[in-house]
Design a binder for this molecule. Sequence first.
Ligand code: NAI
Ligand code: XMP
Ligand code: K
Length: 501
Amino acid sequence: MAIYFSEPSRTFNEYLLIPNLTTKSCIPANVTLKAPLVKFNKGETSPLQVNIPFASAIMQAVSDNRMAVAMAQCGGISFIYGSQSVRDQVVMVKKVKNYKAGFVVSRCNLTPNHTLQDVLHLKEKTGYSTIAVTEDGTSTGKLLGIVTSRDYRLSRDDRNKPISEFMTPFSELICGKIGITLSDANDLIWDHKLNCLPIIDDTQHLHYLVFRKDYDRNKENPNELLDGNKSYVVGAGINTRDYEERVPALVQAGVDILCIDSSDGYSEWQQETISYIRKTYGKEVKVGGGNVVDKEGFLFLAEAGADFIKVGIGGGSICITREQKGIGRGQASALIDVAAARNEYFEQTGVYIPICSDGGIVHDYHITLALAMGADFIMMGRYFARFDESPTRKLKVGNNYVKEYWAEGSNRARNWQRYDLGGEKGLVFEEGVDSYVPYAGSLRENLANTISKIKSTMCSCGSLSISEFHQKARLTLISSTSLVEGGAHDVIVKDNQLSGE
Ligand SMILES: NC(=O)C1=CN([C@@H]2O[C@H](COP(=O)(O)OP(=O)(O)OC[C@H]3O[C@@H](n4cnc5c(N)ncnc54)[C@H](O)[C@@H]3O)[C@@H](O)[C@H]2O)C=CC1
Ligand SMILES: O=c1[nH]c(=O)c2[nH+]cn([C@@H]3O[C@H](COP(=O)(O)O)[C@@H](O)[C@H]3O)c2[nH]1
Ligand SMILES: [K+]
């Protein structure tokens, strides 16, 4: 006979936190949101951690290299979508790993034989006014000089004048040597009142330019998530089919962590995928599995060797899996169950496996609830899709700006296979929708707002860290009538300021 769960499937909306004692030292400035990404032994710390417990979803409409850089700058992590060819995904991972905060590869380059006219053309085309003059006109050629707007006078100078006659020649340039730290580069910039510092090697070849303004931006990212080489940390989604090809290519590109991307992680496909990674790379390559929604699924992936386990089936904003396939579980119930299994597993084995709550976050406080319920970090799609940094188009619909957001199980996302892998012609059925989300501005500003709410609630609950919050949080189920009490009620609200996030 079928087995019935005694409890109904519950969602975040059905829970609230009960405050604990807030001591005087329990202030938002003292709260840390650092969280483990991969498993670790009792008494040790996780070898890979995030500074804020946020991951952007493994989706075409959310996580490309641009989002990944922005996320790492804020202290979180992106998993670059796997629903693209191995080659394209590798290019994205490399772009993140090669992104040197503050060090930029010169975008405008000419040779000394080009003319003032060429300078003006390039400036017009790119919008940049600093031009590197190299022997071969490439961004890595031998550096012979620099041209900026201060080097010519349009009212007087002949447009056919060669650059060699008006550039600041190499002999008069202040340069940094490759390997210099950003802060030393900045000292040179200040000491010599420069706007731009070229970074060269022993053979005078150009590697980077450091601009005064970029250094300031770098200082704005105190939380940024860097690896041992000071490159941004980045993850990537993989699947249970082409892993023998995809995983080595991603590892070669320098990816920091992988995640098997599937609606259903309780499968021999995932076991085989993880086992391939362990056989090939031992513990060195980190891989998460999922998604699961109960203890059995968790234990299966824990035994298979997953470094973290992702929780959630059908709760995403664009998901129609529950309607299409009839599988899934309320996200809160799934998380509570898996967190209990994780804790039990930790007690029995001394191995702590982080869990990630994936999908279904509607309000900022849902993130806080997910953390309270035992999640180590939170994966979101809709939340991030709304920002400037997401890869999709921004459009005006009626009077509002929106951004496109489509599900990975939609025809739109799955189409890539038709062209790149020669896969099946079409989908039997779709498991997600193509949609718009309201445009919300920049990632940085929105995250700051969300984080301040989370920290404030954690203080109300007497917790200075996520692990303390896991121990101390007290939650209550709410009735449908108290749900009404929770919003503005029995008043006429003047505008809609109270109804949004
Ligand atoms: N979190 C969620 O609730 C959901 C997420 N999604 C997203 O949609 C995308 C597609 O998800 P899925 O359809 O679950 O993809 P999937 O590739 O994991 O599974 C699709 C089907 O292929 C089978 N399969 C997997 N590996 C195989 C192999 N090596 N050989 C033969 N058959 C194999 C699976 O059993 C399943 O029937 C993912 O990005 C996923 O995250 C889709 C639905 C729900
Ligand atoms: O049922 C589904 N059909 C789909 O086609 C689909 N695509 C993505 N996802 C999952 O949704 C998560 C993002 O959810 P949110 O937008 O709510 O943050 C993601 O992180 C995924 O887990 C899907 N679920
Ligand atoms: K299954």
